[in-house]
Ligand binder design. Structure first.
Ligand SMILES: [Zn+2]
Length: 376
């Protein structure tokens, strides 16, 4: 199976060079779901590019009969972020011009759908397929209208141009997978939308975070939120349904690194998920169920620790370590300008859980991020 490859212009730089996106689209012999997979939205989070390369290689060895539906692959989906450097370090989490987080810019239909209650009232007795099709048409129409100003002679902000281009590739998808890594150092994990946790363990990562708190306009949230809102309205009218639409953010290891274990976990997890969904028949998949426990925590259970003083970290707990209240998490060596000797401060855990993310930098100004615990 060979992909259709399309290069889509994104924007022109002052130098005259053009930045583009490249989309690899595999179309199966049988119609079915549309799967959209992108990587590297945050510039330093590169592991997903390796996963997409491995998927591209594998899919070329499969016959079209093995694919039901379509798979769209968009590696290096943020050229501005990917190429951004600060000295030796890749950064690329924020638009350097506006300061916005590249993954908090996306268009969320729920915010532009004032008549959701009326729509639910009018169509709550429709069959599920026509309900989904009708709502999706409304969503796509609203999306097209909202972004039509990008084509006008007044122009549009770069983040608007960018989100329109990216979301126009995936707004009609059924399953959306956004491949990230920690900006720092972390266990492989995922974020899953409300009501979608049943499929989460197919990815066979260390644990999952359920988005019980939306922090706004991330791609996975913007994709699923309008559908969760419709499900909620229908429930109020006495109809309990769940659309077969899912979005996932996979966090594969650490920033600025292509850890082989994270790459193979991402690759295996995606193929296992697609096999379970009936999208793909690939030799060796689905995998046998994992013997490892798969903890699911809520986003509201994540606890971030920040440096209580300026200094340098020592003896910090490792990523993956279980902690109890009172266990030492790290020590800060603090120098001063008061003509006294340096001191140490040891910080103890306030939570029971496990450490899943640690800062790459071990030099701390007061208030800078040190680590995160998933409280269980
Ligand atoms: Zn990210």
């Amino acid at each position: 199976m060979q992909p259709n490859i399309a290069t889509l212009p994104l924007c022109q730089m002052a130098s005259g060079d053009r930045l583009s996106l490249q989309v690899y689209r595999f179309v199966g012999h049988h119609p079915g779901k549309k799967v959209y997979i992108q990587s590297n939205l945050h510039g330093a989070e590169i592991a997903g590019n390796g996963v997409i390369f491995d998927l591209l290689t594998m899919l070329q060895d499969l016959e079209t009969e093995c694919l039901r539906g379509e798979i769209w692959l968009v590696p290096v989906c943020n050229p501005l972020g990917v190429n951004q450097r600060s000295h030796h370090f890749a950064t690329g989490r924020y638009n350097p011009y506006s300061g916005e987080d590249w993954n908090r810019i996306f268009w969320d239909y729920e915010q532009f759908c004032p008549d959701l209650k009326d729509f639910a009232q009018a169509h709550h007795q429709d069959d599920l397929d026509s309900l989904q099709t009708r709502y999706r048409h409304r969503l796509l129409d609203s999306f097209a209208q909202h972004h039509s100003h990008c084509q006008g002679s007044r122009g549009a902000a770069l983040t608007d141009i960018y989100r329109y281009r990216l979301q126009s590739l995936c707004a009609d998808a059924d399953y959306l997978l956004d491949l990230h890594s920690s900006s720092n150092q972390a266990l492989d994990h995922l974020y899953c939308g409300q009501g979608r946790s049943a499929s989460a363990q197919s990815f066979q990562v260390a644990f999952g975070i359920v988005l019980d708190q939306y922090d706004g306009n991330a791609l996975d949230e913007a994709f699923l939120k309008p559908w969760v809102a419709l499900e909620r309205e229908l429930r109020l009218l006495g109809r309990s349904v769940q659309f077969d639409l899912e979005s996932w953010t996979l966090e594969l290891g650490s920033g600025m690194a292509t850890n082989p274990q994270s790459l193979s976990r991402g690759y295996d997890g995606i193929l296992n998920y697609l096999a379970h969904k009936g999208v793909l028949q690939a030799p060796g998949y689905p995998l046998p169920p994992s013997a490892e426990p798969f903890p699911l925590v809520r986003k509201s259970q994540l606890r971030r620790y920040y440096a209580v003083a300026g200094g340098f970290l020592r003896d910090r707990v490792a990523v993956g370590q279980a902690v109890q209240v009172g266990d030492p998490l790290y020590t800060l060596v603090t120098y001063n300008k008061y003509r006294t000797l340096p001191a140490t401060i040891t910080i103890e855990s306030q939570d029971v859980g496990f450490v899943f993310d640690c800062s790459t930098n071990e030099s701390m100004n007061q208030g800078e991020y040190v680590l995160s615990i998933a409280a269980i």
